[in-house]
Design a protein around this ligand. Structure first.
Ligand SMILES: O=C(CO)COP(=O)(O)O
Length: 251
């Protein structure tokens, strides 16, 4: 596992050094205990995951991961709501529709919000049935890709090495990577998961919603969110984007 982890670090050489210079644990994303005093919020019942936006601008970051949800109609409505929303300027905003709707979203969503894929192939396109390549994403104007999401690690079985290769290739093609991160195996075994991952964490994923986003945004070590379910409701997603104001007030 150390070999896989160090090759991950090597492959993304220099990028996001503070996260990837640490060896990641085998197949885990960042799952944090919810009992830490700084994150003991009543509305957070699920484990927390951390994500890092590589090659971002360093601004507060809010990503909407639509996962495997939506239809042409529901996505048209969501895009219309997002286009109508008043969004704070100093936030990088990205939404990740299912592949099949990515072009529809790119064509209809205003340029204030960038498009991300939820995954991509590990190398150049070719005879890889069912996969989508980085070049194809760029071709439709998609600028970002989510890699290492816990659902891909735990449900699909992607490991650190594969995710590292994907990240390296995506970055080499000038895609920006939303990398979901984890802790070292020995750190997990030593019960230090929370401390290590909290230190690594730049953005926060795990049941962020319109009610808890302000409280979370105020946390010193949280620089953004990757939102699942709540990103499917345009007005609620706008509230989450605009929670950057709580951060500014708290600073
Ligand atoms: O997995 C997540 C973001 O990618 C979090 O999902 P929820 O916000 O639906 O808990």
């Amino acid at each position: 596992m150390a070999a896989a982890a160090s090759s991950l670090a090597t492959q993304v050489s220099g990028l996001c050094r503070e996260v990837l210079s640490r060896e990641s644990a085998p197949p885990t994303a960042l799952f944090l205990r919810s009992d830490h005093s700084r994150l003991r919020l009543p509305s957070l019942r699920r484990p927390h995951r951390g994500v890092v936006a590589m090659a971002g601008t360093g601004k507060f970051f809010v990503g909407g991961n639509w996962k495997c949800n939506g239809t042409k109609d529901s996505i048209s409505k969501l895009v219309a709501d997002l286009n109508d929303a008043k969004l704070e300027n100093d936030v990088d905003i990205v939404v990740a529709p299912p592949y099949i709707y990515a072009d529809q979203v790119k064509q209809s969503l205003n340029d204030r919000i960038e498009i991300s894929a939820q995954n991509c192939w590990v190398g150049k396109g070719g005879a890889f049935t069912g996969e989508i390549s980085a070049e194809q994403l760029i071709d439709i104007g998609c600028k970002w890709v989510i890699l290492g999401h816990s659902e891909r690690r735990h449900i699909i079985g992607e490991d650190d090495q594969f995710i590292g290769k994907k990240a390296a290739f995506a970055l080499s093609q000038n895609l920006k990577v939303i990398a979901c991160i984890g802790e070292k195996l020995e750190e997990r075994e030593a019960g230090k998961t929370f401390d290590v991952c909290f230190e690594q964490m730049k953005a926060f994923a795990g049941s962020v919603n319109g009610s808890n986003c302000s409280e979370l945004a105020k946390q010193e070590d949280i620089d953004g969110f990757l939102v699942g379910g709540a990103s499917l409701k345009g007005p609620e997603f706008a509230i989450i984007v605009n929670s950057v104001t709580s951060k500014k007030v708290a600073a």
